[in-house]
Ligand binder design. Structure first.
Ligand code: UN1
Length: 506
């Protein structure tokens, strides 16, 4: 705690209404109390970000990138401590927490050299003594709302390129990980990002985020980024659309994993366990529908069950535990509601705890003495068909479905029909099946013989359909989202030269 505490100097409590951040593993350990930002405070942050823009956009890009390099070094130096706090506040196992923090470091490393590029082009003109160029210009004030499942990695995907490209930022982080967001911001300031360039507005519930996004209508925001539900993403898209802006939307998923009859079932089993239950199923890329060829289904279920039975679930600070609690009571309650409403009598619950719903309610005795954290059992729902609500509903917990198929056409159909299109996977040793899947899958991300989760930090991340609006995070291409092109004509002929027309027109 010490190194981080010495960096953190700012105040985090201003307003009159507050909320606390609690460790989801024990419900007792309070990480901090945070003010709910009002609409006026959001407005003030945007106005200050606009002021900050004046200097920041003039700061040379290599200098901006140098500051980001400092940020990366600070995270690296404090990696273990931040990872421990991440586990405390978000509940993911310490090994995964280190990965989350590492992804932010990797993102810094990737974009640092972009400060020395941000290339424009020189373009030949139709005319003599005339030169054409393109320049990348910052978009302006970038407002962003993020989820709590990747408290360091995902904000870094947005803010690192946004800042290197010369934008200023207003961030509404998840109500479940405000302390980590506070640390993220303080490390940016300590690295050299001016205070008026980066602003954080905290808030519990949907109000603060809604207040912030409504400021697009007041002309105070030039670009919005959002990671969260399809429903909210749609509303944000509408507000941005009517202001002629394109939002960067990273929404839900119901990610398919197809198992062909020729797949290596041991490899599949590991991929299924990891993408189904890793992070307690709380990744956008978590497995939603396991789509298995009917000839191998029962064998695969046996193998999966063997592993699930031995899964260690519990204290996320214990290096041996596979997954810890869900992020918050809200998420756990939603998970229980999903079990109660989406699992139907014709489904087969194939995990060990077949009395899972009552067990679950007992384990998380919300009304009695809160003795334990927000833990959830792993659940596998078999005999699901495309007509079931659970097939196309994102559940965001340790739960996935099993569907079976007879031929690859059916497998591809079942993979695409949910309407989501974030991540996907196929396991096969047949090159033709892999190729067809790669061509015909509608998801933004596809794995062949690997799980649906675990995208690397320098590839485009994002989805299609209900998973987003085609925007992508990560990788070099995001520079196109955080800059707008300026085309320049420089005429040195000393006369009026016209494109597409006779030059003696006037
Ligand atoms: C998310 O769940 O929002 O690909 C991000 C992965 C991680 C990032 C997930 N690298 O699973």
């Amino acid at each position: 705690m010490n190194a981080i505490s010495s960096i953190i100097s700012g105040k985090k409590n201003k307003g009159s209404s507050h909320f606390t951040s609690v460790n989801p593993a024990n419900r007792e350990d309070i990480l901090g109390t945070f003010a709910n930002a009002t609409k006026d405070e959001c407005r003030e942050a945007c106005i200050n970000a606009r002021k900050g823009l004046e200097q920041w956009k003039k700061t040379p890009a290599p200098v901006r990138a140098e500051i980001i390099a400092n940020f990366g070094k600070l995270i690296q130096k404090n990696k273990e401590e931040i990872s421990k706090i991440l586990t405390r506040e978000m509940g993911k196992p310490i090994k995964e927490a280190r990965g989350d923090v590492q992804e932010a470091i990797d993102t810094c490393n990737f974009f640092i050299s972009e400060g020395r590029r941000l290339y424009g082009q020189t373009v030949p003109s139709e005319m003599q003594n005339k030169e054409l160029y393109t320049y990348r210009r910052p978009i302006g004030v970038f407002a962003c709302i993020t989820a709590g499942n990747f408290p360091f990695a995902v904000p870094s995907w947005y803010f690192i390129p946004a800042l290197v490209c010369g934008n200023t930022c207003v961030w509404k982080p998840s109500e479940d990980t405000p302390y980590l967001s506070y640390i993220f911001a303080e490390l940016l300031y300590a690295a050299g990002v001016p205070k008026d360039v980066f602003h954080v507005v905290f808030g519990q519930g949907p109000e603060t985020g809604a207040s912030l996004v409504s400021l697009v209508d007041e002309g105070l925001i030039d670009k919005v980024g959002f990671t969260g539900s399809t429903e909210v993403g749609r509303k944000i898209g509408e507000i941005c659309g009517r202001n002629l802006q394109t939002a960067c939307l990273e929404l839900g998923g119901k990610n398919p994993l197809v198992v062909m009859p020729d797949a290596n079932l041991d490899l599949v089993t590991n991929g299924v366990i990891w993408s189904g239950f890793g992070t307690a199923g709380q990744r956008c890329t978590s497995l939603g529908n396991l789509i298995v060829h009917k000839s191998v289904k029962e064998t695969l279920i046996k193998k999966i069950l063997e592993k699930v039975t031995n899964l260690k679930i519990g204290d996320p600070t214990d290096e041996n535990n596979f997954y810890g609690p869900m992020i918050s009571e809200r998420f756990l309650k939603k998970h229980i509601e999903n079990l109660n409403t989406l699992v139907k009598p014709h489904h087969r619950l194939i995990t060990q705890k077949n009395g899972i719903i009552s067990e679950q309610n007992k384990m998380n005795n919300f009304n009695g003495n809160a003795q334990c954290g927000f833990y959830a059992y792993p659940t596998i729902v078999d005999n699901v068909t495309e007509n079931d609500e659970i097939y196309s509903t994102e559940t965001f917990g340790p739960l996935f479905n099993i569907l079976s198929f007879s031929d690859i056409d059916e497998a591809i159909h079942l993979s695409n029909k949910t309407g989501y299109g974030l991540s996907s996977a196929i396991y096969t040793s047949d090159i033709e099946s892999a190729y067809r899947f790669r061509i015909e899958i509608s998801a933004g991300m596809t794995s062949i013989n690997n799980s649906t989760t675990g995208a690397e930090a320098h590839l485009p991340f994002g989805g299609n359909g209900k998973s987003g609006n085609g925007s992508r995070q990560s990788g070099i291409w995001v520079v196109d989202q955080f800059t707008k092109w300026q085309s320049v004509n420089w005429d040195m002929s000393g006369k009026l030269q016209l494109a597409q027309m006779d030059t003696n027109y006037i």
